[in-house]
Design a protein around this ligand. Structure first.
Ligand code: ZN
Length: 388
């Protein structure tokens, strides 16, 4: 890694030929094939062009916000006091259930727009704040609608197994079997689900409950991913890998056996430094273990109203380096190539013939500049499907 520049795979003085929304050719400008030579040209001068950024883990669709709870906590309220005042994830569930699809879209769009303004061309959007059939379907329909209203590619994840809703307190198994799995089937029948997610944690669901959801996903031919090993090690990453999961996310507490299972299955580690920061966690994900084992690392905002109210993927990249010790080249791969992997997308995340022409053009001279600044957005242009 001594040669930081080489690890980005930079092409100097590059030309990229685009038609029909796809990349046809990339290479040094002087080598541009003659049959492309008379195509219309957009000259981006000496700027850096990267693949459009991909945010592979967000909960950007939700009702309400939790600013008051944030304030209560900093004024000394305990989690119990906040919960008794109706705070926590349940306050988001209540607000989301009360919101119409239009409300959900209108509230999500400013968050989406903040991401797009930083060169994001693809985002993942999860359900998981409805925890009943109507609201889960409404969240996923809102996600599909957002893809029509903005120039962005949206990948949806069904996250019915996010939390136990209040009407099922103490009956998590009943919730999984009578609400979560039937809702997954209904959402899939409506074409609303690209992947199936879950939250495997002491405060959510255990591995046997998640396995039932994943069995249902497998029956439907849907890929899976999992919030795993965020606060403790329950073996979620190993479970996810045993289903060939696209990704295991958070993974601060994953152990060597979990990492080995992820390597074997080709499961990407999606790292979420925004939640680590907000919750003031101290357990850093095992970056070196992932490196040595060849586990691809992605980065995401985890945009959500509670543990990561973050709408800057550039800041997530900075945090990945500053808090977790990733290199800038790893951070950039984490929001391009490896983020595409985490979503199961073969035609995004790199600049190569046949890839979608989703690109970001930056006013920087070195890629590390994207990562090292805090709160600065050097985007010059964003190209989606070949359109500037
Ligand atoms: Zn999450």
């Amino acid at each position: 890694m001594a040669d930081g520049v080489a690890s980005y795979g930079l092409v100097e003085d590059a030309a990229i030929a685009v038609s029909s929304g796809r990349i046809q050719w990339i290479g040094p400008h002087r080598d541009l094939p003659p049959d492309h030579a008379d195509w219309p040209i957009i000259d981006f001068a000496d700027r850096l062009i990267t693949p459009g950024l991909i945010d592979p883990h967000t909960h950007a669709i939700f009702g309400g916000n939790r600013a008051v709870e944030f304030e209560m906590r900093l004024n000394g309220a305990t989690y119990e006091e906040i919960a008794r005042a109706g705070g926590g994830i349940l306050s988001t569930v209540t607000a989301t259930r009360a919101a119409s699809m239009q409300d959900l879209i209108q509230e999500a769009l400013p968050r989406i727009d903040a991401l797009l303004a930083e060169g994001v061309t693809c985002i993942e959007l999860k359900s998981g704040y409805g925890l009943d059939q109507d609201t889960e379907l409404r969240m996923l329909r809102a996600a599909r609608e957002i893809a029509k209203q903005r120039p962005v590619r949206v990948q949806t994840s069904f996250l019915g197994a996010h939390a136990v809703p209040p009407e099922f307190t103490g009956r998590a198994d009943a919730y999984i079997d009578t609400v979560c799995i039937p809702t997954l089937r209904a959402a899939h029948a409506e074409g609303l689900v690209d992947a199936v997610d879950g939250f495997c944690e002491g405060i959510a669901f255990d591995t046997t409950q998640i396995a039932r959801v994943f069995d249902a996903a497998r029956d439907l031919g849907l890929p899976v991913k999992l919030h795993a090993e965020q606060l403790s090690n329950l073996g979620g990453a190993r479970l996810a890998a045993s289903y060939g999961a696209l990704s295991a996310d958070h993974v601060e507490y994953v152990d060597a056996a979990g990492v080995a299972a992820m390597t074997e299955a080709g499961t990407t580690a999606v790292l979420l430094p925004g939640a680590f920061y907000t919750l003031r966690e101290t357990q850093v994900p095992p970056i070196d273990l992932f490196r040595k084992a060849g586990v691809p690392m992605a980065l995401a905002t985890d945009c959500n109203p509670g543990s990561s109210p973050l709408t800057s993927l550039l800041l997530a990249m900075n945090m990945g380096c500053t808090l977790f010790g990733m290199t800038p080249a790893e951070a950039l791969a984490g929001v391009t190539r490896n983020a595409a992997r985490a979503l199961g997308l073969a035609d995004a995340g790199s600049i190569a013939p046949g890839q979608r022409a989703d690109l970001a053009v930056w006013d920087v001279s070195h890629p590390a500049e994207l990562v090292y600044r805090i709160g600065f957005n050097p985007l010059h242009a964003r190209i989606f499907g070949g359109e500037v």
